[in-house]
Every structure is written in structure tokens, then in C-alpha cells.
Ligand binder design. Structure first.
Ligand code: UD1
Length: 368
């Protein structure tokens, strides 16, 4: 029996690199439903080809129906600009549900617009909490969840967080990890076979760093670069550099030893996964990589004092590490012998999250 009226128009709002792999599997599911019109809005928060287009193309996402072209700005300016440009789209389409993904500025901005127009908001990847209010993403997560009617959680701890904050249980749907849907689809289709997306040979370590807390303060960044120097004595490092980090490295005039530290442009989703699969260890501050490495059984060191994804430490391959040279070197030595085979199995990280979300949206299903 259907508990809610069938939505006719569903609008998905994406804008930044980590949104696209969460949208792709749901776009496929909704395309298979004859009674749904799925409209995709790209805010333009990320706009470089390597941060946006290559993801849309590589993940076979339909071309966005709207691009709001907001670009980079301060948090307030960017959030306000997304709101101003998204509101007319909502007024034109009058959607039944607006879906937002993850924890970026596009997520909270679109949720605010929809909630104020009385449109139901669905949050994909709801309930994650780092409890670190200095992270812009934590503010985005808490506010977005507060505005949401449908909260799609990736793990049981996320549901516990929401219930502890007073969210009604019937709004919470434990659907599993939708990003793993994208990864599982590529793995099953052989899309990650062949090559590792870089010129070097194993053994190597993959590094990604882009959090403001790690790269914006020159002293912290220097300490981290020293730490990578230590690690690179024992393993070659391949480091795809985010535009924010590239600018900070230029400002420090930092030049690595090319033999040991290979700096590369941001990679496509597929090339990044190939690179990770061929590696001994990932050192990162990304949220998505903590989950992907756990699913793949590859050791991961997260250079942060906390994580909103504690399940990756409790059940996966992730460890938190301080951004100090000695701590990172010792943790790396311990980690690269820790590759998990078979990879850990985490509840509902099974490639079916998008199917469950579509069932909630279209059939009124509920997932406890
Ligand atoms: C954003 C998200 C972060 C996510 C990350 C993934 C927020 C608050 N942060 O951080 O959660 O992990 O995306 O990449 O939403 N820039 C470019 N080209 C681009 C995009 C950005 O050069 O296509 C540069 C600009 O100088 C910009 C800076 O990168 O000012 C930061 O971009 P922004 O979107 O503000 O935040 P991210 O650091 O990418």
C-alpha cells in the first residue's frame, strides 16, 4: 500500500564533485520509472572540467537540465547565489520533492529554498555527524537534515544521530550507501580493469588533501608536506591535487622531489578508483575515500581529528591520524601491511541504496 502520494516531478540538485557519484545510480533508477519526471539541476559550484564535466560524462549522468553557473565565492555569497538562482526553477517546475546530496554548500542552499516554498526535501546521505562545528560541511549537514522530510541514511549510526536530535523515525530511511552503488556497478561491469591511471609502478601511496583545516593554514600545510616527505622515503606518492590545494601549494612555492612525489591533475571518478585499487595505502581528508577504501579493503589514513563516518574506522579500513610527520610515518608503516582480503562487509553497502530510495519516493516504502 502506498503511504504517500506519488511524486510526479522530482528535482535533484548537485553542484560539487562528490555529488555526482551519488546522483548517478538514482538517476538510472528514476529513469526506469514511467511515472516520474526527474529534473537535474547543476548549481555550478564546481565548474572546472576536471571537477565537474568529466564526472557527468564518466558516470553516464544525463546532461543537467539547468546549470545555475554560480561559480566560486565566499560561503555566504555562494549559498545566497544558489538560493537566488534555484528559487525561480522551483517556482517554474513546482516539484513534489527536491533531492539534495551530501554536505556541500549546494546541498544546504537548495534545501532552504525548497523548504521555504513548502516543497518536500529528501536528503541523500543524511545523519552523518563529525560534531566539529568548525567544518563548513557539519553546518550544512545539520541544517539540511533539519529541513528535510525524507532522510536517507547510509549507516545505522546516522539514524541514531537523527533520532537523538528528535527526528521522527518515520522520516528516516536506512537505505545504505549510495556512493557504493556507483563503485559496485563499475566493479561488476569490469569498468575498473586495466591500468592504474598513473605512470609509476606499485608499490605506491595515494594522497588527496583539500579540507580548509589542512590546506588553508600555511603552518599546518607545511607540517603535512613534511609528513608526506617522510612517507615518500619508503613509498612513491601519487597526489591528485584539488584546485584549492594547488593554489595553496603555489603560495608556499613548494616543489616536491618528482621521483618520489608525483603531482597530477584531479582525476576522473574511474581513474581515481583505478589508482586507489592499485595502491598500498590512501592518505586523505576526503569523506568519500574513507568509504571507498573501506569497501575495497584498502588501508586508509584520514588526516583529521574526527570523522562523520565512524563506521569506516569501526568496521572498515580507516584510521584517524594527526597531521604530524612522525605520527603519519608510523601510521603509514603499520597500515600498508593491513590490506583486507576479503574486504569488510558493511550493512547495506550492497549496491542497492538507489533502488531503496526510489522505492521510498515512488512506492511509499519504508526501510528501518
Ligand atoms: C567543496 C565542498 C567540500 C567537498 C569538496 C570536494 C563545501 C562547503 N565544500 O569544497 O565539502 O569535499 O567540494 O571537492 O561545499 N575551484 C576551482 N575550480 C572548481 C571548483 C573550485 O578552481 O571547479 C577552486 C576555487 O578557487 C574555489 C576553491 O577551489 O574558491 C574551493 O572551491 P569550493 O567549491 O568553494 O570548495 P571545495 O574546497 O571544492
Amino acid at each position: 500500500m502506498s503511504l504517500s502520494p506519488r511524486p510526479r516531478t522530482i528535482v535533484s540538485v548537485v553542484g560539487a564533485r562528490p555529488n555526482f557519484m551519488k546522483l548517478a545510480p538514482l538517476a538510472r533508477q528514476l529513469a526506469g520509472r514511467g511515472d516520474v519526471r526527474h529534473v537535474i539541476v547543476h548549481t555550478g559550484q564546481h565548474y572546472d572540467r576536471g571537477m565537474s564535466d568529466v564526472f557527468v560524462e564518466g558516470l553516464d549522468i544525463p546532461r543537467p537540465d539547468y546549470n545555475l553557473l554560480v561559480g566560486s565565492a565566499s560561503h555566504a555569497q555562494q549559498t545566497a547565489s544558489i538560493m537566488q538562482r534555484f528559487e525561480p526553477v522551483c517556482l517554474e517546475l513546482r516539484p513534489d520533492v527536491v533531492l539534495v546530496y551530501g554536505d556541500v554548500n549546494s546541498t544546504v542552499a537548495a534545501a532552504l529554498v525548497a523548504a521555504k516554498l513548502g516543497i518536500r526535501v529528501g536528503h541523500v546521505e543524511a545523519g552523518l555527524r563529525s560534531r566539529d562545528w568548525s567544518m563548513p560541511e557539519e553546518i550544512n549537514r545539520v541544517v539540511t537534515d533539519r529541513l528535510s522530510d525524507l532522510l536517507f541514511t547510509p549507516s545505522r549510526d546516522a539514524g541514531d544521530n537523527l533520532r537523538a536530535e528528535g527526528v521522527a523515525p518515520e522520516r528516516i530511511h536506512f537505505v545504505g550507501n549510495i556512493m557504493i552503488d556507483s563503485l559496485a556497478t563499475l566493479l561488476a561491469g569490469g569498468g575498473l580493469n586495466g591500468g592504474n591511471g598513473h605512470n609509476g609502478r606499485p608499490p605506491y601511496v595515494v594522497v588527496t588533501l583539500h579540507r580548509p583545516s589542512n590546506v588553508d593554514d600555511p603552518q599546518t600545510l607545511r607540517e603535512l608536506l613534511d609528513a608526506l616527505g617522510e612517507v615518500s622515503r619508503e613509498r612513491q606518492i601519487v597526489f591528485p591535487v584539488h584546485p584549492r590545494t594547488r593554489d595553496r601549494l603555489h603560495a608556499l612555492a613548494w616543489h616536491p622531489d618528482d621521483e618520489r612525489v608525483q603531482l597530477v591533475e584531479p582525476l576522473s571518478y574511474r581513474d581515481m578508483l583505478k589508482l586507489v585499487i592499485g595502491s598500498d595505502l590512501v592518505i586523505t581528508d576526503s569523506g568519500g575515500l574513507q568509504e571507498e577504501t573501506s569497501y575495497l579493503g584498502i588501508p586508509c589514513l584520514t588526516v583529521r581529528p574526527n570523522t562523520e563516518r565512524p563506521i569506516t574506522c569501526a568496521q572498515g579500513t580507516n584510521r584517524l591520524v594527526a597531521p604530524r610527520a612522525d605520527a603519519l610515518r608510523d601510521a603509514a608503516r603499520a597500515a600498508w601491511s593491513r590490506r583486507r582480503n576479503p574486504a569488510p562487509s558493511i550493512e547495506r553497502w550492497d549496491g542497492k541504496a538507489a533502488e531503496r530510495i526510489a522505492a521510498v519516493l515512488c512506492d511509499g516504502s519504508h526501510f528501518d
